[in-house]
Design a protein around this ligand. Structure first.
Ligand SMILES: [Zn+2]
Length: 498
């Protein structure tokens, strides 16, 4: 995710809000508006029933968000089949089919799912009972599933999705309707706002996304468009996602689009979707994506997926998100008077396809492995255009920013659960990689990045995994460096910067 200058303004907002919430005076009773970042997440619901050893757990045990995801099974594939009856209200009817494997004997198991009326659930074709508490959907199959058994869950539902108010950040995520169309931006836990899901990056799966929309709307989703069927008054789009994907990267976007296709010199197909109401030159900052893909492929290892592209919506949402194979940008993230500045956001989201999407966090507290790496991807793109001098200028300006406003840039290794995307995981996370590069030298540094990517691609990694690879390749204990950069309150000195 990228929030450029908004990182700072959000940090200010959170700080002011925290101050408001700790009143020292009893003489005044100001109206206190509880900021959304403090709202307890409904996903923290704990099922308070007698412990059944055959029940799958209601959470994945994440250190920041223990209720995210569920245990007892491993999902293999999702087929989302969503019919949008009315785009303006987002009234929809849908069927989600999940192929999974039980990792223990299961009398019941959970999915994360918010809202909607559930009209039926089957497990292996037989009707199943279910129970809902907050975001936890508990499914009780008619027969106990054995360990290692493959099974299929089909959930039918209808209604109007509500955006997710995550505890991790101060704006709504998930399925969002606005007056021009619909977009989906779900990091970290918005996916449950539109389909039942094992919603944690540890359980990746492949996806088939089938969406039917009334004419004249069009659909853009992850992966490759396999089929587009004209049903008369509606159109059905089918997309397939070949490689395993973390659930939060699932995206479905509905609008009238101008589609632009090209290919990188290295042969990666690119399709960009621009909301048709945007200016004709909205594509300018995206023109060099092919060059970026080939350059990052050289630095990190071959581009992970079968396709790439950007999607720009004609609305403001103050963010861009690296949805797998299709990064999404709010129109406020695209500044046509600053093509180079916008290109750095484009480079950021592209770098995430390796770091975040292919190598995903094992725990949300490892978020700097996404954001620090993508931020350093911006620096590498500057270095591509302006050489070492450009890189050094980038590092100097980022270091100055972090050094002057330490309150906005906490140590990246231990983010607070209510402020996952703080400025520290971005800028100080990026500086951490630069400090490592200065310590080990360019050759070892890029060998570390490539080995880290290669060993964990299409899977997950933790901060410890990254440190272990860095130490192995450097042949030296690097505890002091990583402790100082990731966990010390004080910003460590950067060699070469006063
Ligand atoms: Zn990012």
């Amino acid at each position: 995710m990228k929030r450029t200058l908004r990182i700072i303004s959000t940090a200010i907002f959170v700080m002011l809000a925290c101050k408001t919430l700790t009143p020292k005076s009893t003489t005044e009773a100001p109206v206190i508006e509880v900021p959304p970042t403090k709202t307890p997440a409904p996903t923290e619901t704990v099922i308070d029933e007698p412990v059944d050893p055959m029940a799958g757990s209601s959470g994945m045990g994440d250190s920041l968000y223990p209720g995210f995801g569920n245990g007892g099974y491993d999902s293999i594939s999702y087929t989302l089949n969503i019919t949008v009856n009315d785009v303006a209200t987002s009234d929809l009817s849908a069927i989600t089919a999940i192929e999974a494997v039980a990792t223990q004997e299961l009398s019941r198991f959970n999915l994360d799912f918010a809202g909607f009326e559930i009209t039926g659930i089957t497990v292996n074709g037989e009707a199943a009972e279910f129970d809902r508490k907050g975001q936890e959907l508990t499914i009780i199959p008619s027969q106990v599933l054995s360990k290692d058994e493959s099974f299929t869950v089909v959930v039918s539902y209808q209604g109007i999705p509500n955006p997710m108010q995550s505890q991790a950040l101060p704006f709504p995520t998930g399925w969002i309707v606005y007056d021009g169309g619909i977009f989906v931006l779900s990091e970290p836990d918005g996916s449950a706002s539109f389909f039942p899901v094992n919603d944690h990056p540890l359980d990746k799966a492949t996806y088939t996304i089938i969406v039917t929309v009334p004419e004249p709307y069009e659909v853009a989703a992850n992966g490759v468009l396999q089929d587009e069927v004209d049903n008369g008054n509606t159109t059905t789009y089918t997309f397939t996602v070949r490689d395993p994907m973390a659930s939060y990267l699932t995206t479905i976007n509905i609008n009238d689009f101008d589609v632009e296709t090209m290919e990188s010199a290295g042969g990666i197909p690119i399709r960009n979707y621009y909301a048709a109401s945007l200016p004709d030159d909205v594509n300018k900052p995206f023109a060099r994506q092919g060059e970026m893909i080939d350059y990052f492929s050289e630095l990190f290892g071959p581009y992970p997926f079968e396709v790439y592209g950007a999607l720009v919506m004609d609305t403001y949402f103050g963010a861009a998100l690296e949805n797998q194979t299709m990064s999404i940008f709010g129109m406020d993230m695209v500044d046509l008077d600053d093509i180079e500045g916008t290109e750095s956001v484009v480079a950021h989201e592209l770098a995430h396809q390796w770091f975040g999407d292919s190598v995903s966090v094992a725990d949300w507290s490892d978020i700097w492995l996404n954001e620090g790496f993508a931020t350093y991807g911006e620096a590498l793109w500057v270095e591509y255009d302006y050489g070492r001098e450009g890189l050094d200028d980038w590092v100097a300006s980022v270091y100055t920013e972090v050094n002057e406003y330490p309150e906005f840039y906490p140590p990246p290794g231990s983010p607070a659960p209510y402020d996952l995307f703080n400025g520290g995981v971005y800028l100080r996370g990026g500086l951490t990689l630069h400090a490592l590069r200065l310590e080990v030298g360019d050759e070892a540094f890029f060998e570390i990045l490539r080995a880290y990517y290669d060993r964990h691609k299409y899977g997950n990694a933790s901060t410890e995994d990254f440190i272990a690879i860095a130490e192995e390749i450097r042949g030296k204990d690097l505890t002091d460096l990583f402790d100082a950069w990731l966990f010390d309150e004080d910003l460590p000195p950067m060699p070469g910067i006063e």
